[in-house]
Design a protein around this ligand. Sequence first.
Ligand code: NAD
Length: 455
Amino acid sequence: MLIKNPATGATIADVPADRHAAVRRKYEAARAAQPAWAARSLKHRLDTIRAFREQIAQRRDGLARTLTEEVGKPIRQAHNELNGLVGRIDFFLAESARTLRDKTVFTDAPNKLEERISHEPLGVIANISAWNYPYFVGANVFVPALVAGNAVLYKPSEYATLTGLAIAEMLHASGVPADIFACIPGDGMTGVAVLRQPVDGVFFTGSYATGAKIAAAAARRMVKVQLELGGKDPIYVADDVDVKAAAAAVADGAFYNTGQSCCSVERVYVHEAVHDAFVAAFVAEVKSFKLGDPLDESTYIGPLTRAAQIAVIKRQVAEAKRKGARVLTGGDAIKRRGNWFEPTVLTHVDGTMLVMREESFGPVIGIQKVSGDDEAVRAMNDSEYGLTAGVYASDGKRARRILDQLEAGSVYWNCCDRVSPRLPWSGVKHSGIGLTLSTYGIETFTRPKAWHLRG
Ligand code: NAD
């Protein structure tokens, strides 16, 4: 499997992909090793994750470089991801013991009755992962899963293979047995082979299209299936905002990671009273973004990770133009080696256009004028997706009233494109089922067992 640098098209590595026989061997080794891992103390498992955290902190510069070279993420954003990862691990280190401890929830002394809950690991789980934030979306699953006593078959995205292999190397160096965390490099075919194993849980991060196939493949197995999928995340800008500040914040939310975040802002609705001023400030902000070599510290926009996405965005922009949209900046692929697309801002868009309906997952955004809060809420909820949604407004009461009506797993007031380890990360509609992060995202890797004890 050739690993290409998306900024240049150059081949940077050739890694053998695991096919069915290799996947089977890793599954059997994980199955055999898991009971002993679960029997180790929670303290021991937490100590290995603490050592993993140290490895990340020590190797940060090299890891960031690898991430930039294989995914194209601008190097400062690669550093941000690694710094954020350390914070997430700290959350799991701080909260796991309290969340996973056995709890007595009821006692009835005269009748000598006690009711308790314990948390048992699921067993061997599959973690099929995405490339856009490989450390974040991977660790959201494998860190709490390992802490809870599971073995993990980790299938990194084929676009983040070197990062996946580095994660495995660091976990093993930190004391996680090789059979307990198995990295399974490969593409979708390898993912299919992983799903053929009789695993006890499937935890997937990726697109709705693949998620639907995975749900179908696992449907008859009666194992936990969690799907963290795409989004078409809207922002509404009300008429009482500081327009310049809101434009800068929303532009960052739309273009950070070159628009390739599940929670990137993908649609903007602006109150008609501030629409023109907002658009002017927004376009000025986007034009100031520095595009170029992702290894350069000052670069903000890099290449698209997947070459195929260029055609998707081109089609969205062409269709929008045909239906009357105006391109205020950008609008086309950039002719140079690698996968590049101009940062693109469209206005005069509407809810029938692909650019306002399909996930773009790139540096393109549509801005639509709305008459007020009610129209904004209707437009925001008019989507197959429901990952995040937000509002920029000065009036907090008004903002909360709007957020209350939004069909999304996460809602934001005067912020966007944000994930917190303390809060559950989930989607509604085609954005997925299940959740990660927060204390719920620790419990989710366990089977709560009910104890009825009399005597
Ligand atoms: P993708 O669906 O193309 O691939 C995801 C993973 O599935 C990869 O590891 C791939 O090799 C594997 N795969 C592909 N076909 C498979 C099959 N038939 N069976 C089993 N595995 C298969 O997604 P991607 O391009 O890696 O990621 C981008 C998508 O992920 C976007 O839609 C984005 O919004 C979403 N995403 C969601 C979240 C979230 O937390 N909700 C986070 C990051 C990314």
